[in-house]
Each structure stands twice: as C-alpha cells, then as structure tokens.
Write a protein that binds this ligand. Structure first.
Ligand SMILES: [Ca+2]
Ligand SMILES: [Ca+2]
Ligand SMILES: [Ca+2]
Length: 293
C-alpha cells in the first residue's frame, strides 16, 4: 500500500508526461470531468537541491473546494516538503497542457508559478494538516487543507464553482453498508494512470487533467471507505496524484463528498482506500475552516 501522492515517483511521471497524451485517474472507464469545477489540482513549487532555487513546479495531489477559500486534501500531501516550498491550487481542467506550454516557452519553475498566478491558472494558499497525522491504521488523521482565508486572492475570485457538500456527522455509518453499496460512487482527480510495464520497469503515465471514474462501495470501516476499482466490473480508479481528491456518493440525487483518496494497492488496479469525512476526527479538523452541515 502506498499513498497516492505523485512526488514519490515524480521523476518517472514527469518523463512520461512529456511523451504521452495526458490523462488522469486510471485509463479504464474514465472520462474527463470539466463539470467538476470544485475539484482542483494541488500544486507545489519546491527546491530539490537545497540551494534555495526551486527546481520543480508541478501538480502532485488533488483536492476539492469545500467553501470559497478552503481546499480539502490529504495531510500526506502537505507533509514533509523542503523548506521554502510554496503551495497552490489550480481549478483548470488541463493543468498539464499549461505546464507544457510554459516549459516550451523556456520558463523556469519559479517563473512558471508566477505566470500561473498572473494568468489566473493557480492561486497560492497556506497548507494545514491534522496535528494528529500520521495517527495509526484505525485513524490516520490523513486530512489537510490549503486555506486562502489569509490571502488577498482566493479561488472564488478566479474561478466560478459550487463548493462540494460535506456529509453530516456520522452520515455514512447511519446509512450503513447496504445503502452505501446500492448508491453510486465516483472518484475524481488529476492523478496518473495505473501501472504500465516497460523496459525500465513500471511507469504511471498521464495525469494533470481533471478526470472521473465510477467506483463501487466495498466496505465501511471506522475512518475508511474502501472502494473497488476493478475494470471488469465497469469501475475506474485512482492512482498517484489523486491523493486528497474526492470520492462522491450520490444520496437523494445529490453528490456528497464522502471521503478523500489516500492509498490503495501499489499498481492501482484493485482498491481505493479513502478517508471518511463524516467522522469526529475529520469534522474536528475541518471545523475551523468551513461551516459543517
Ligand atoms: Ca534547487
Ligand atoms: Ca459493492
Ligand atoms: Ca473557509
């Protein structure tokens, strides 16, 4: 099991992104999600070489706007960055093409980040993570936000979107497994495709484009929802870079942001393990940032 952040295999993914058509989520049963305007790419500008000069500006995770100035993601996306890293959200549909254009124009990573902000392709914010992260296997506390409350510009100044609806306290548990299994589920994000075997080993091409795929309810645990992403059953799935992104369930005809993508099987073929948002842990963390239902 590995968390679905992109940085863990950033070099291979970047090399692939230059040569293969961009696509995100897994390749099977997935479709673009331009209508999911509240779902955005988690971007970072960081220094790999400890010389104070940033070496990368890229999308690394996914997340969802839960009000005009708060973007919900995973704690492991905000954790353990080099000193001086800067954090951004982009609600653009195709972030990778914008990055490719900047690279073709010869911009440095820092210039690219500045150009993204200036052109309204990204907004800089402030990361926060649950102080109890990484917790334990029953409750990882793997929840975080990029918040814009202290910034001049927030995403609602730049893009038009309707914030996601969070669940009420204990809502998934009250519904129970039978109702959750009967409901339809969809995962969204900007992550890579499932593993492909090549001469150099496994790669995960694609990513940087907002995509969605159906997933199927498997099990409800204390803080996890386990979702099946098996292709023969018509499911798609999440992979690296989809961490922090939304898993929606349709309840009463309305999309509810039930859980965020955290981890799964290493090649991204079987299971999406997602962090519940109706639990006391998640709600305690989120309460200072967003009015909870
Ligand atoms: Ca550097
Ligand atoms: Ca099922
Ligand atoms: Ca807020």
């Amino acid at each position: 099991m590995r968390t679905k952040i992109l940085a863990v295999l950033a070099t291979g993914a970047a090399a692939c992104a230059a040569t293969l058509p961009a696509a995100a989520i897994n390749s099977y049963n997935a479709t673009p999600a331009p209508e999911r305007t509240e779902v955005g790419a988690f971007m970072a500008l960081w220094d790999n070489t400890d010389d104070g000069v940033p070496d990368r500006f890229d999308w690394v995770c996914s997340g969802t706007m839960v009000d005009r100035d708060t973007y919900l993601t995973a704690a492991h996306c905000t954790d353990d960055w080099p000193a001086g890293t800067r954090f951004y959200v982009s609600l653009e549909q195709d972030v990778q093409s914008l990055l490719d254009q900047a690279a073709a124009n010869g911009l440095t990573p820092a210039q690219t980040a500045a150009a993204f902000v200036q052109a309204g392709h990204a907004v800089e914010g402030d990361p926060h993570q649950d102080p109890a992260y990484p917790g334990n296997s029953a409750d990882s506390h793997d929840i975080g936000v990029i918040d814009f409350a202290g910034r001049q510009t927030d995403p609602a100044d730049v893009w038009s979107f309707t914030s996601a609806t969070l669940p009420t306290a204990g809502q998934l548990g009250q519904l129970g497994s039978r109702a959750l299994d009967a409901a339809s589920w969809v995962v969204a994000g900007y992550g890579t495709q499932e593993a492909q075997r090549g001469p150099g080993g496994q790669t995960h091409p694609g990513g940087g484009v907002r995509m969605k795929a159906p997933v199927d309810f498997d099990a409800l645990n204390k803080t996890w929802v386990r979702l099946a992403m098996t292709a023969p059953q018509g499911n798609g799935g999440a992979c690296y870079g989809d961490s922090g992104g939304p898993n929606f369930v349709t309840l009463g005809g309305k999309l509810v942001l039930a859980a965020t993508t955290i981890t799964g099987d290493t090649p991204c073929y079987a299971t999406n393990v997602t962090y519940r948002l109706d639990t006391p842990s998640a709600r305690t963390f989120l309460a200072p940032y967003v009015n909870l239902p």
